[in-house]
Design a protein around this ligand. Structure first.
Ligand code: UDP
Length: 239
């Protein structure tokens, strides 16, 4: 165990939009590389790392269905988008010398490993970063729920949700100068106040398994490592 952190195994959840830089769509390779470096420094501490990356920078099911597409088909397209993001992250991590596996909830054996729980655990034990792709494999879910599900299955000690802001605020900090950040907030409060952290099913799944969610900013260089050490500003969602 590393003396720099009490965490042995964690889940890092990032949205697809975190990979698009200022482009407004798709993948921005320097941004992917920057986040890969954040992962590498934590990996070097000896922390076992699971990742789930969203697909919103490419496609969201709801957006497709709003345009008249059949909802489940649109959701599968969203899941496929997460596979593209996972492959981009794998490429960036491997360029930095970090061994990594993409594990897909939807079988596509030429591209990624199928999800087999025990096999994924073994990868983590061997210090390979596991990127869980294709969400839960089911329509009507989100990658937040996928991250919570896999974090439970992999026995992660916490979910680290990297966002654009350094925690959860009582109102939007971008448009409200007097917005206040919560140090800690309970799952029930998040649900009751409809705080925008993760969708309700993800929060409920975390609550039912007492899995803490730590919301922090991915824009701070070294932020992920700092947060694991308990430095910097963030919000913890707990029981
Ligand atoms: N999705 C799905 N089932 C899952 C995970 C994701 O159907 O288990 C689809 C859904 O259409 C979603 C899209 O994949 O809109 C992209 O995921 P998400 O919106 O969670 O990405 P993020 O907002 O984190 O980038």
């Amino acid at each position: 165990d590393s003396p720099d952190t009490k965490f042995r195994r964690v889940m890092l959840k990032i949205s697809g939009e975190a990979l698009m830089g200022d482009q407004g769509f798709g993948l921005h390779p320097p941004t992917v590389e920057r986040i890969a470096r954040e992962v590498k420094v934590v990996h070097e501490l000896g922390v076992e790392i699971c990742m789930v990356i969203g697909g919103g920078n490419i496609f969201r099911g709801l957006q497709g269905s709003a345009q008249g597409m059949e909802r489940t088909t649109a959701d599968y397209m969203g899941m496929l988008a997460t596979v593209m993001n996972a492959l981009a992250m794998q490429s960036a991590l491997e360029k930095l010398g970090v061994f990594c596996r993409v594990i897909s909830a939807i079988r596509m054996d030429e591209v990624a490993e199928p999800y087999i729980r025990r096999r994924a655990v073994r990868h983590l034990e061997k210090k390979r970063v596991c990127i869980f792709a294709a969400g839960t494999g089911n329509p009507y879910f989100t990658t937040d729920t996928a991250a919570t599900l896999r974090a439970n299955e992999m026995a992660c000690q916490a979910i680290f949700k990297g966002t654009k802001v350094d925690g959860i605020y009582d109102k939007d900090p971008v448009t409200n100068a007097d917005a206040k950040r919560y140090e800690k907030v309970t799952y029930d409060e998040v649900l009751a106040k409809n705080l925008k952290v993760m969708d309700a099913s993800a929060i409920a799944l975390a609550r039912d398994n007492s899995l803490p969610i730590i919301v922090f900013s991915l824009d701070e260089p070294g932020g992920f490592k700092g947060i694991l050490a308990g430095d910097g500003t963030y919000t913890t969602v707990h029981g």
